[in-house]
Design a binder for this molecule. Structure first.
Ligand code: PRP
Length: 177
């Protein structure tokens, strides 16, 4: 049975708010006159997405995909499954994918391939956090909130073994197996 240390703050809620506002400004500028579909990747993105869309006061739609790769482990298994797929067509739509973290990059590159096959007009990625030290496959992040160190990141929607998603700050924990 593994355990985790007390969470330590990496980015406080005020800094998150400033960063989400900055991302909203960038996104609004690029999507002027468009009607994009924002696709949140469950579960980790739900807090970020909820804050972000309330700052994007232009016509947009929201969808979710649930992908699973980690199970209860801290390492990506590399075996990625679509647990809940799209419920609306994305052909010729402008798609903006919303992720909480890009780590190895395996999840998002699988997902971007999955979406490209459905022939959207455009496909971009907005990630709250990026952990480039762990990258296994190249990923282009069009809108990035924070670069994070090689620690286990929790809070603001992100979990350790389904716990700690409720923390309002972005934190890290040490994990013992
Ligand atoms: C996390 C996160 C990303 C993925 C990133 O999801 O939300 O989707 O891992 O890791 P990668 O770049 O190494 O593939 P997780 O499978 O933990 O599910 P969750 O969003 O439900 O917490």
């Amino acid at each position: 049975m593994s355990s985790q240390s007390k969470p330590r703050i990496l980015f406080r809620r005020e800094e998150i708010e400033t960063t989400v506002k900055r991302l909203a400004v960038e996104i609004k500028k690029d999507y002027q006159g468009k009607h994009p579909l924002l696709i949140g990747i469950l579960k980790g993105s739900f807090v970020f997405m909820a804050d972000l869309i309330r700052l994007l006061n232009f016509p947009l739609e929201v969808e979710f995909i649930r992908i699973s790769s980690y199970g209860g482990n801290k390492e990506s298994s590399g075996r990625i499954k679509v647990v809940q797929g799209l419920r609306s067509p994305i052909k010729e739509r402008d798609i903006l994918v919303i992720e909480d973290i890009v780590d190895s990059g395996l999840t998002i590159s699988f997902l971007l391939d999955y979406l490209w096959q459905r022939k959207p007009a455009s496909l971009k990625l907005c990630a709250l956090t990026d952990k480039p030290s762990r990258r296994q496959v190249p990923v282009t992040i069009d809108y990035l909130g924070f670069t994070v160190p090689n620690e286990f990141i929790v809070g603001y929607g992100m979990d350790w073994d389904e716990k700690l998603r409720y923390l309002p700050d972005i934190c890290f924990v040490e994990v013992e197996d």
